[in-house]
Design a protein around this ligand. Structure first.
Ligand code: 0FV
Ligand code: MN
Ligand code: MN
Ligand code: MN
Ligand code: MN
Length: 503
């Protein structure tokens, strides 16, 4: 009823949409939200032109939902020299809103780059200025935004954070308490679905016997499951989460086999076996390779069979190809490592967006979520569309930022930071700064490519590509949250999957 209220003005409507999205319940109101945004997009109504928050919110929400809004709408907030007016910095809510909007930009949008620098600087100043009196809620909001913008945030974790935040900071409107109640209830109900899913997956994992038979395998079912919630958190995607959790568990183990555990000869055999996609003649192999290959092979065949039956399309060859590509790319890394070869940054990255398994996750996601299959889409997915490569690159960047320290210690290839240092003869600090910029640039390209992909792929698939970048940043935000979870990571699992919110 709130969303349909005629007399509510545009700015309040936008704020309501933003709130509903951040509370994690917008999936119930997709049509209503689209109607509101369409109306705002089509009306030429000028929002209050002095209101930076309103303009930023409009820009961000419209772009997020694929409406075309030019960066030039911010010109009215700039002076003749093309700089944002200094006086705006007093409006901290507007600053945060401008900052959040700036992450919806695409390449070569100078105004948006300027917006990001300007807002970031003033937000940092606000936090660091010890002399001024500050609003506690605003400090929380600004620090949270500086850590990661909304656009980069994994939706479930963000919802959990925002529900708490909203409880203490919501405006004094009469609808707030019922909206908050609804969000908490929904969060808890969805959480109980997750608990059921985890229970079943835990049984599945025991049945693989990988825990006992592959002594080196990391027991990371909860973490694997969190990845799959990150790709798609909606309750009806239980089956997709189950499959993607299993795949993530497979690659967690197989990656270790290629990185450290197996000899080069064993890896050659495993790669060849996958290429032929044949579970006969396993006898000459060590036990752990046998166990590993059989479980993985049977499960992937089963997933293909289910999808083929549902859609009447031949799917297994696509899976076979993407796994072969992965294992060959893994093998190349292993050869580099064993021979002591140090790749250049370009050489490394051309292979590393595959070894981080973005293509595996997204190719399976495509076949799990598509409802019809055009030749164009099939052709594109087979050759890894740009949106897949970009999302996978973000995943690689996040992983290298979080894991490379331990990896080099125990013996592994140089990762992004080390490749860049070697290529350019610069310090680690400079290389880390470069990698951060690379992350920002890849997100911009992903923002752009997302729109291109809409002509070929479905919304759920495109969202999963974007969400892959988001869950990666979430997993690796405190270090190696997948391989070596810290107390902070465990706390996150607890509030996501164990403890409901107090009503
Ligand atoms: C990456 O581990 C990792 F955790 C994997 C491959 C399983 C988790 C799932 C996804 C990334 C989707 P690690 O940092 O050891 O990978 P690399 O490629 O750096 O060896
Ligand atoms: Mn690894
Ligand atoms: Mn690896
Ligand atoms: Mn390695
Ligand atoms: Mn890594």
């Amino acid at each position: 009823m709130l969303l349909n209220k005629e007399e509510m003005d545009s700015v309040h409507k936008l704020e309501l949409v933003d709130t509903i999205q951040r509370l994690g319940v917008s999936y119930h109101f997709q049509n209503e939200i689209m109607r509101i945004l369409e109306a705002i997009y089509n009306s030429n109504e000028k929002l209050n032109s002095h209101d930076l928050n309103a303009a930023s919110l409009k820009f961000r929400l419209l772009r997020q939902h694929s409406f075309d809004v030019p960066q030039e709408i911010f010109k009215e907030f700039m002076d003749e020299s093309g700089k944002f007016k200094a006086s705006l910095s007093k409006d901290m809510k507007g600053m945060v809103s401008l900052y959040e909007a700036s992450y919806l930009s695409i390449k070569k949008e100078k105004i948006m780059d300027e917006a990001q620098d300007f807002a970031t600087k003033h937000m940092k100043d606000y936090i660091n200025d010890i002399n001024s009196t500050k609003d506690e809620n605003l400090i929380k909001l600004v620090s949270h935004a500086l850590e990661f913008p909304q656009h980069w945030r994994e939706p479930r974790q963000e919802a959990r954070w925002f529900i708490d935040f909203y409880e203490t900071s919501a405006p004094a409107e009469d609808y707030v308490s019922s909206l908050l109640y609804f969000a908490k209830l929904d969060y808890n109900m969805v959480q109980s679905i997750y608990q059921d899913e985890l229970k079943n997956l835990s049984k599945w994992w025991k049945d693989t016997e990988w825990g006992e038979k592959l002594g080196f395998a990391r027991e990371r079912l909860m973490e694997c499951y969190y990845w799959s919630v990150g790709y798609n958190s909606h309750p009806e995607f239980s089956y997709e989460r189950k499959v993607l959790t299993a795949i993530t568990a497979f690659i967690t183990t197989i990656d270790d086999i290629y990185d450290v555990y197996a000899t080069l000869e064993e890896l050659e055999v495993l790669t060849e076996l996958t290429k032929r996609w044949d579970a006969a003649d396993l006898d000459q192999l060590p036990d752990y390779v046998k166990v590993c290959f059989t479980v993985f092979y049977n499960d992937i065949n089963e997933v293909a069979k289910v999808a083929e039956k549902k859609h009447g399309v031949t799917i297994l060859p696509y899976f076979q190809k993407v796994w072969t590509d992965l294992f060959e790319a893994y093998l190349l890394e292993a050869k580099w490592y064993h021979s002591g070869y140090k790749p250049s940054l370009k050489e490394y990255l051309d292979n590393a967006w595959i070894t981080i398994t973005g293509p595996i996750i997204l190719t399976h996601s495509y076949f799990l979520t598509a409802t019809s299959f055009t030749d164009e889409a099939l052709q594109s997915i087979r050759n890894y569309p740009k949106i897949v490569r970009l999302a996978a690159t973000i995943l690689r960047i996040a992983d290298d930022m979080g894991t490379s320290y331990h990896e080099l210690e125990r013996g592994d290839n140089p990762k992004l930071v080390q490749c860049y240092m070697k290529d350019n003869g610069v310090s680690e600090e400079a290389a880390r700064e470069y990698v951060k910029q690379l992350l920002i640039e890849n997100w911009k390209e992903l923002n752009e490519e997302r729109l291109v992909a809409e002509s070929t792929f479905s919304k759920p698939f495109i969202n999963m590509c974007m969400n892959l970048g988001r869950i990666a940043l979430s997993i690796y935000m405190y270090g190696d949250g997948h391989g070596a979870p810290t107390l902070k990571d465990k706390k996150r699992s607890t509030y996501l999957f164990v403890n409901p919110i107090t009503m």
